[in-house]
Design a protein around this ligand. Sequence first.
Ligand code: NI
Length: 191
Amino acid sequence: MAIRKIATIGHPVLRQVARPLTLEELRSPDTQRFIDDLVETMFDANGAGIAANQVYEPIRVCVVCVKDNPRYPYKPNIPLTILVNPAIELDATETFDNYEGCLSVPNLRGLVPRATRGRMRALDREGKPIDLEIKGLTAGTFQHEVDHLDGKLFVDRVKDTKSLATWQDFERFHMAGFVERAKELVARYGS
Ligand code: NI
C-alpha cells in the first residue's frame, strides 16, 4: 500500500468526469491495489471521503469513512464504504446547508445545500451490488464524493460566497452555530 499525492483545485483531473470500471478491471490486482491506496490516502489525510480522481485516477471509485474524525468532529461515524460506479438518486424535498471542506480545496470551507435523503447504488470492491439509503448529514458526505467523480467540487455548489471561510475562521465564527444545526439534523435522521 502507498499514500498517493492529492490533486488540488486548479488541476484539470479534478474537472474530468471519471469513467466507469468494467467488472474485469475492478477485479484486477492493479485496481484492488489502487483501492487499498485510496483508503490509506484518505486515512492519512484525515478525510471523511476521497474520490479516485483526487489522486489523479479518473475512474469511478470513491470511499467514505468517518470514525471520530478530527477534521469534522460533529460528523456521525460512517463505516468504511467503497463505492464503484456509484449512482445517486436524490429526494430534494428537504435540503440542509452543510459546511463542507475538501482535501483538494485546502483551507477553505463553505455552505453547500445538500438533499437530506437519497438512495445510492454502486458496486463494492468485489463487484457485488450495494443499495444504500442515505440520509441526514451523512447523505451530504456521499453527495460530495459522487460530485468529485462528475468533475464537480463543493465550491461550485456554494450559493452564498459570503459563507466561505478558512478553517481557522470557520472555527472562530461559524462552527458553533453550524454544529447546533447539524446536531439537530443528525438527531432527526440518526445519521
Ligand atoms: Ni472532496
